[in-house]
Design a protein around this ligand. Structure first.
Ligand SMILES: NC(=O)c1ccc[n+]([C@@H]2O[C@H](COP(=O)([O-])OP(=O)(O)OC[C@H]3O[C@@H](n4cnc5c(N)ncnc54)[C@H](O)[C@@H]3O)[C@@H](O)[C@H]2O)c1
Length: 248
């Protein structure tokens, strides 16, 4: 029996990187998985899994799209147990004086409003069947400052505080809510990663104590821990998975 046998999961940003690796791992562990993305790659992700998956083309910053994602879990698989609000992007890396108001609105919409919408509609669905686990992807940049990433950091810090407050609100209703904080991870967000699925062993090394890139699979196993009953007494945390980056 897999650790997610009988469970139904929604994963946003499932077309690439951490979301894609998590969709594959959750399915291996017995879950039915709704793969949502804006890129079109959600179809490939779902097709690779097979009958245990459904694809939804959606923009997570749009309320009607998020409602369609949640409905897809209930319509295809009858319930929702796990919600992985993972879709996000870095936005432009610039000084705050050079960022535009449009930059601000888009980064906050995709990285933070999406988490609000996911929890608003996802937790409502979970309450219909008695509980579940929510994982919200923040970042090491939600815990410490990153240069030229003020707006991104604000969005990811917001994810952590939204996670903690919501965890308090639903702790006695069988719903655990945690944040995942990746450090520098070799995913589609990183230039060159599409051409090279594995990170280079020479040249630039991320400034973490382990001095290497994280792998999507290493974030997926952490997400699995938060999704399944192995973490049954864990709620309201922001879990760094970052090679020690936020430790010093
Ligand atoms: N890779 C890193 O170093 C790193 C570090 C910290 C946090 N993160 C976070 O991890 C999460 C996953 O990113 P990743 O690293 O796997 O990158 P990725 O680019 O490989 O995957 C992100 C996916 O999200 C999708 N997406 C983006 N905007 C969307 C939208 N509006 N609606 C629906 N889908 C959308 C993209 O199409 C993509 O498939 C993001 O929230 C990111 O901010 C990544």
């Amino acid at each position: 029996m897999g650790r997610l046998a009988g469970k139904v999961a929604v994963i946003t940003g499932a077309g690439s990187g951490i979301g894609r690796a998590s969709a594959e791992l959750f399915a291996q562990e017995g879950a039915k998985v709704v793969c949502a993305d804006i890129s079109g790659e959600e179809k490939d992700a779902a097709a690779a899994i097979g009958a245990a998956a459904a694809a939804v083309h959606a923009d997570v910053s749009v309320s009607a799209d998020v409602q369609r994602i949640i409905a897809a879990a209930e319509d295809n698989f009858g319930r929702l147990d796990i919600l992985f609000n993972n879709a996000g992007f870095g936005g432009p890396k610039k000084l705050i004086t050079e960022q535009t108001e449009e930059d601000y609105d888009r980064v906050l919409a995709v990285n933070l409003k999406s988490v609000f919408l996911g929890m608003k509609y996802g937790i409502t669905a979970m309450l219909r069947t008695g509980g579940g686990s929510v994982i919200n992807t923040s970042s090491a940049a939600g815990l410490v400052g990153w240069e030229k990433n003020a707006i991104y950091g604000a969005s990811k810090g917001g994810v952590i505080q939204m996670t903690k407050a919501a965890a308090l609100d639903f702790a006695q209703q069988g719903i655990r809510i945690n944040a995942l904080c990746p450090g520098m991870t070799w995913t589609g967000l990183v230039p060159g990663s599409r051409e090279n699925p594995l990170p280079p062993t020479e040249g630039y090394r991320p400034p973490a104590p382990m001095a290497r890139w994280g792998l999507s699979s290493e974030l997926a196993t952490a997400a699995l821990f938060l999704a399944c009953d192995d973490s049954s007494f864990v709620t309201g945390i922001a879990l760094p998975v970052d090679g020690g980056y936020v430790c010093p």
